[in-house]
Design a protein around this ligand. Structure first.
Ligand SMILES: Cc1cc2nc3c(=O)[nH]c(=O)nc-3n(C[C@H](O)[C@H](O)[C@H](O)COP(=O)(O)OP(=O)(O)OC[C@H]3O[C@@H](n4cnc5c(N)ncnc54)[C@H](O)[C@@H]3O)c2cc1C
Length: 285
């Protein structure tokens, strides 16, 4: 039996990762993104070192699980022919002038990295040793070094995840998307080239999330919405914060009528993904 048809709005690291995971799990995936200027994934420093974070509870657990997942992710992408996502274990320094505060950081790091293979080892460094590893460091700063700290190139990671998703059958459309109420209790992912029908819609639109979901009367509960994905489906039908549940019209409408034309935008990174790939299952407005 075919998996559910999922429309993912936004293809920064959150949307691209979602698309890859869903395609690998057998879903029929359509990703819609117009690659807006200001995409956080392209701007991010890509530092992967969750263990010194002051985050706690589920937020920290998710953060740490994400860091630990990279080796598996790299393997999974290699299985579908994606060779390099720009992930490098570089080691990381947490620098601090206040020795007492650095003590706290060191204690937290040692506690959280114990038994975590990907985190490597933790070492307290004096000013001189810290500067030897990172010469621009101010002379008064001591540091704690974590050998498993890593960096990832956000653009390469995103491109690799999208390439992997496409190899598993996902379609990537370069277009602005809007969620629009379709008929009672349903919504459609509207693009200038046609509506994308889906059983489930995942909104991973980063800082733009509210502009995507507000036409449905929803609002992200957090103003710091970058990096969050919001999901709504005919099955879960859980409103975010707002009036309506969101059900895709695909359960009742055309899955197989392609949009008439899907053009690539020159010079956009996502453009290649759309060339010659009408989003199967999209219907014309
Ligand atoms: C300067 C900076 C440094 C950072 N450094 C780090 C770091 O060192 N380590 C770390 O872990 N994190 C870091 N981050 C945070 C990290 O980059 C973000 O959390 C992450 O990239 C967010 O990804 P995202 O997919 O949620 O959002 P984005 O990457 O912003 O993607 C959202 C996508 O949605 C698309 N979109 C929005 N609206 C629409 C629409 N209507 N139709 C179609 N498409 C739409 C946009 O075009 C965009 O591609 C940093 C962020 C910044 C800005």
């Amino acid at each position: 039996m075919a998996g559910p048809r999922v429309a993912v709005v936004g293809s920064g690291v959150a949307g691209a990762g979602t698309a890859f995971a869903l395609a690998a799990g057998g879903a029929e995936v359509v990703v819609v993104d117009s690659v807006l200027p200001g995409q956080a994934t392209a701007a991010g420093a890509g530092i992967i070192q969750p263990w010194s974070s002051t985050a706690t509870g589920p937020a920290y657990e998710l953060y740490a699980a994400g860091a630990a997942y990279y080796p598996t992710l790299i393997e999974r992408l290699a299985e579908v022919g994606v060779a390099d996502i720009g992930y490098r274990v570089t080691g990381s320094l947490v620098a601090q002038a206040d020795a007492a505060r650095l003590d706290e950081v060191e204690e937290r790091l040692r506690r959280r990295t114990a038994g975590v293979a990907v985190a490597g080892t933790v070492e307290r460094l004096g000013e001189r040793d810290a500067r030897a590893l990172f010469p621009p460091l101010a002379p008064e700063l001591g540091a704690v070094y974590v050998s498993g700290g890593a960096r990832v190139d956000g653009r390469m990671l995103r491109a690799g995840l999208l390439a992997g998703a496409r190899r598993l059958g996902a379609v990537v459309v370069d277009a602005p998307a809007r969620l629009v109420p379709a008929h009672t209790g349903t919504c459609a992912v509207h693009t200038p080239g046609g509506d994308v029908g889906a059983d489930v819609v995942v909104v991973a639109a980063g800082a733009w999330v509210n502009s995507v979901v507000e036409p449905l009367g929803y609002r992200s509960p957090s103003s710091r919405s970058a990096g969050r994905s919001l999901t709504s489906s005919s099955r879960t039908a859980r409103p975010l914060t707002g009036r309506r549940s969101c059900r895709s019209p695909a359960t009742t409408s055309s899955r197989s009528t392609p949009a008439a034309s899907w053009s690539a935008r020159p010079g956009r990174p996502a453009a290649a993904s759309t060339r010659g790939s009408p989003p199967a299952g999209c219907r014309r407005c």
